[in-house]
Design a protein around this ligand. Structure first.
Ligand code: SIN
Ligand code: CO
Length: 391
């Protein structure tokens, strides 16, 4: 891993440590020339092609749509859709392009100053002049990288949860948006804008070829944490662990739920959930859930550890399946949990670390204890692929 104290062009000359302490989740940062040599691995036509494919999440936002203002349509689209569009005032947005275009996935490696399990996806947008998705607020951190053409960005402060939205349209567009002094810039290719959650922003295309990559992060809401952890821990709690009142006193009123009853149920609830290691086991699974569950497809036939070793020794490589997510947690000096796509496997800590960092695996992995068993399981579940494809 690169040093936390080495200045990075990507961060406008800040070190990762400075960026995290001054801006991450706190304040926007405009970075001119963040990726000065980055050449878009896809053209607007390629994006339109992806938006026509079954199973790819794509949206078209039309400011003056055929049926209503700010009309949103969902893909897959076809040539007819694109040929009826006007010369301005619309945006095409394709989610998780990193799952389909390896060069876009490689771009994510530059964001290694944030844990990889915090990354969500790269959304790519294309808009002709005047195209935008309206002024809005996102609930997640985002790096907005201008990849081709120009986009004018305006920021409008942090309006909070109560900000009113334009009623009766398909999008959550702010009813009142005014740009703050000094918070307006035209981004050119290679420029990037970091926004923490909750900042009002409005980005309007200023050219024929405006493409913006949104490198977005995931952060579960309290609601998701509570419901998902409750489901996980609930399965492990036996039926016999129940509300108990061995300390019961004769009630003052037979129908009253008194403070002692509430204190007992509170104790039951808190002791059921306050289990740090189980919480870690749940969190690792939750944060490695693939964005699209159907993208991780189990292998048709099982791989034996012996075949796997032989293939790697022949020089074949394994690749992380697009959309697969890895993270690891140390249990002790000899064991770690490797979380993969919402599941977990116990293995050697050095192996867990290696697999969570590498998207291309070669025979080097065989130096780690028990690596054939772990890799065979990951091939069977569909999180890794390669051997069968190459044979
Ligand atoms: C866009 O790329 O058009 C919108 C990205 C955003 O505002 O989050
Ligand atoms: Co946004």
């Amino acid at each position: 891993m690169t040093s936390a104290n080495t200045p990075r062009t990507l961060l406008g000359g800040l070190t990762p440590a400075q960026f995290l302490s001054q801006h991450w989740q706190k304040s926007p940062l405009l970075i001119r020339g963040a990726l000065p040599d980055f050449v878009s691995p896809l053209e607007p036509d390629d994006l339109a092609g992806l938006a026509c494919e079954e199973g790819i999440e794509a949206r078209l936002v039309e400011e003056n749509g055929p049926d209503k203002a700010w009309q949103v349509s969902h893909g897959p689209f076809d040539d007819e859709t694109f040929s009826r569009l006007p010369t301005s005032g619309w945006s095409l947005l394709v989610q998780a392009v990193d799952h389909y275009v390896p060069e876009v996935a490689e771009l994510l490696e530059a964001f290694d100053f944030v844990p990889s399990w915090r990354l969500d996806d790269v959304m790519v947008s294309y808009a002709p002049p005047g195209g935008s998705v309206g002024a809005h607020v996102d609930q997640y951190d985002v790096f907005l990288l201008q990849v081709s053409g120009k986009r004018r960005w305006q920021l409008g402060g942090s309006p909070g949860d109560k900000a009113s939205l334009i009623p009766g349209i398909d999008l959550r567009i702010l009813e009142n948006f005014s740009v703050e002094a000094g918070q307006e810039w035209v981004l050119e290719p290679g420029d990037m804008l970091y926004l923490p959650p909750g900042v009002a922003h409005h980005g309007v295309s200023e050219s024929e070829d405006c493409m913006t990559f949104s490198i977005g992060f995931r952060a579960p809401s309290a609601d998701e944490v509570v419901t998902s952890y409750a489901d996980y821990i609930g399965e492990q709690l036996g039926d016999s662990q129940r509300y108990g009142d061995a300390d019961l006193q004769p009630p003052l009123d037979v129908g009253e739920l008194d403070d002692q009853a509430i204190a007992r149920v509170r104790d039951l609830l808190l002791s059921a959930i306050d289990r740090p290691e189980q919480m870690a086991q749940w969190f690792g699974r939750a944060m490695t859930q693939p964005k699209y569950l159907d993208q991780v497809v189990p292998a048709e036939s099982a791989t034996t550890p012996e075949d796997l070793r032989a293939s790697l020794e022949r020089g074949e490589q394994l690749v992380r399946s697009p959309g697969s997510r890895f993270a690891w947690r140390r249990q002790d000096d000899a064991r770690a949990t490797l979380f993969v796509d919402g599941d977990a496997v116990v293995c050697d800590p050095a192996l867990a670390r290696y697999l969570a960092a590498k998207s291309l695996i070669d025979a080097d992995v065989l130096a780690y204890p028990d690596s054939e068993r772990v890799l065979a399981a990951l091939l069977d579940s569909g999180s890794l692929s390669g051997i069968d494809d190459e044979e």
